[in-house]
Design a protein around this ligand. Structure first.
Ligand code: FAD
Ligand code: NAD
Length: 470
């Protein structure tokens, strides 16, 4: 390593060590490309590992445990009122993060991916300069930008480390607020709102559009909205926050809209109104890398930016801002850079909302087909008659399959219910492989599982009325 004035040299520079960056790096190094990651955090993993997917799912698992213990009462098992040790909860969460981060570090070492700590800024088309780093300057032959995104801020709700927080603050779980106002009924608001509610916080959600999870299939959202309606103090759609005032023990909030919440004073506010790309923090202009609307980096079908030596992947290039999309782009791009015939062109990118019940979908959904005037065949089945769902006392779920009406090719799959996130993989495989309904129906699903409802719905698609409850 060369320190000081001289430029450190690398064949492939990857800026950002999140899921996009490390996936690209590991694959590229596996192909024998000399690869360097610059990451401003202390360890690899990105937002997903340190302040996103992993800590949130760790806390959501705990929330599920609390809920399951409570609902076991109807089955004759009582655990009593749960007590919480926040320090231990945080310790467990950190252990999970640290173990995964160590694993990534070990893989990088094994593959000889050089990891340099520091914040990179482009100097020109061939160099970056680093802040907070032992290495001051790196000269690259090719570079991948994978610097991710950060929360959108609302100007009426300036951040204040204790009262007005974003997802990172909520995940730190320094304390459980007595009352929590969640602004935004999207992924983060509902997932982290659920954690707070299960830990005893009185949670109010305000969502400016007409439904929580706007844009998601209404059939899938309905059972979740019903359950969250019981868990949360209030869900107010078509409503916005207009201002906040510091009060003695919290904040007083004013609202406007169709369903102004009854409560006006809150202990804490979680702002979760979307994320924006970090493209303004890299001096992109120096490298002639252009952005498009909302600040996403402009890329072509090969993920190449407007500078032919620089590519970009992950949240920084656009929706869906999901870790598995970033990883898949990273791996495909590394293959392409190694000269393999590879292009990022998936038929679907699955999405999972890890609430209780979970919502998961992939491919074309009914409302999207309708909006595009596309003729589709849709079959859905509630989980009411599923023996497995019944045995868990969780029959509120639904399985939905969207097919081409002529060929019965599977175009989309939607699920709501427990373990929906695990089961969507079958739908993804069906869509990617160009499967038809018969492929799913004739694949024997294990009994008793909720997954067998996929087979049932596919069977219905082939021969309406042909299935019986299990
Ligand atoms: P990031 O993970 O954001 O990584 C970018 C990295 O670049 C960071 O480590 C950052 O420190 C570094 N960096 C930035 N600028 C520089 C610079 N100039 N120099 C050097 N390094 C830099 N997605 C899912 O698929 N499933 C989930 O369950 C899920 N849960 C989430 C929960 C929360 C609370 C949040 C906030 C997000 C969640 N996401 C989830 C989204 C997921 O985290 C992102 O889609 C994913 O992290 C994007 O990966 P990335 O590699 O593009 O960027
Ligand atoms: P989001 O886009 O999922 O939801 C934001 C919500 O806020 C929207 O419903 C929007 O209509 C609403 N909103 C916007 N402005 C508002 C205002 N002024 N008042 C009230 N409501 C307002 O964004 P998020 O929840 O912040 O999450 C950001 C991104 O992170 C997600 O889009 C997703 O890509 C990723 N994420 C994924 C997961 C997962 O995969 N399970 C979990 C968390 C985050």
């Amino acid at each position: 390593m060369v320190v000081g004035e001289f430029a450190h040299e690398t064949d492939l520079l990857i800026i950002g060590g999140g899921p996009g960056g490390y996936s690209a790096a590991f694959k590229a190094a596996g192909h024998g490309i000399q690869t360097t990651i610059v990451e401003s955090m202390d360890a690899l993993g990105g937002i997903c590992l340190h302040r996103g997917c992993i800590p949130s799912k760790t806390l959501l698992y705990m929330a599920d445990l609390i809920d399951a213990a409570g609902s076991a009462e109807q089955m004759g098992i009582s655990f009593g009122r749960p007590t919480f040790d926040l320090a231990k909860i945080n310790e467990w969460k950190q252990k999970v993060i640290d173990r995964l981060a160590r694993g990534l570090g070990a893989v990088a070492k094994k593959l000889k991916v050089e990891v340099i700590k520091g914040k990179a800024d482009f100097e020109d088309s061939r160099h970056v300069v680093l802040e907070d780093s032992e290495v001051k300057r790196i000269r690259f032959k090719r570079a991948i930008i994978a610097t991710g995104s950060r929360p959108v801020e609302l100007k009426d709700l300036p951040l204040d480390n204790d009262r007005v927080i974003h997802s990172s603050g909520a995940l730190r779980l320094d304390r459980v607020p007595k009352s929590l106002l969640v602004v935004g009924g999207g992924y983060i608001g509902l997932e982290l709102g659920s954690v707070a509610a299960e830990l005893g916080s009185k949670v109010t959600v305000v969502e400016m559009l007409g439904s929580i999870l706007p844009g998601v299939d209404a059939d899938l959202v309905k059972p979740l909205a019903k359950r969250l309606g019981n868990l949360f103090e209030q869900i107010s759609v078509e409503t916005k926050v207009t201002g906040i005032k510091k009060a003695k023990n919290g904040v007083d909030v004013s609202f406007e809209g169709k369903n102004v919440p009854e409560r006006k004073a809150f202990d804490q506010i979680l702002v979760a109104v979307g994320r924006r790309p970090n493209s303004d923090l890299l001096n992109l202009a120096a490298a002639n890398v252009e952005t498009r609307e909302r600040g996403f980096i402009k890329v072509d079908a090969n993920l190449r930016t407007t500078n032919p030596r620089i590519w970009a992947i992950g949240d920084i290039i656009g929706e869906p801002m999901l870790a598995h999309k970033a990883m898949a782009e990273g791996r495909v791009l590394a293959d392409a850079l190694a000269g393999k015939p590879a292009v990022f062109d998936p038929r679907c990118i699955p999405a999972v909302v890890y609430t209780d019940p979970e919502i998961a979908w992939a491919g074309v959904m009914e409302h999207e087909a309708k909006a595009a005037n596309r003729n589709v065949a849709v079959k859905k089945m509630q989980w009411l008659a599923s023996g497995r769902a019944m045995s868990m006392g969780r029959t509120e779920g639904l399985t939905k399959v969207v097919c081409d009406p002529e060929t019965q090719q599977v175009l989309g799959v939607g699920l709501v219910g427990v373990h929906a996130g695990e089961m969507i993989a079958e739908g993804v495989l069906a869509i990617e492989m160009g499967a038809v309904a018969a492929d799913i129906a004739l694949s024997i699903h294990p009994h008793p599982t909720i997954s067998e409802l996929m087979g049932e719905v596919a069977e219905q698609m082939m021969t309406p009325g042909a299935t019986a409850p299990h």
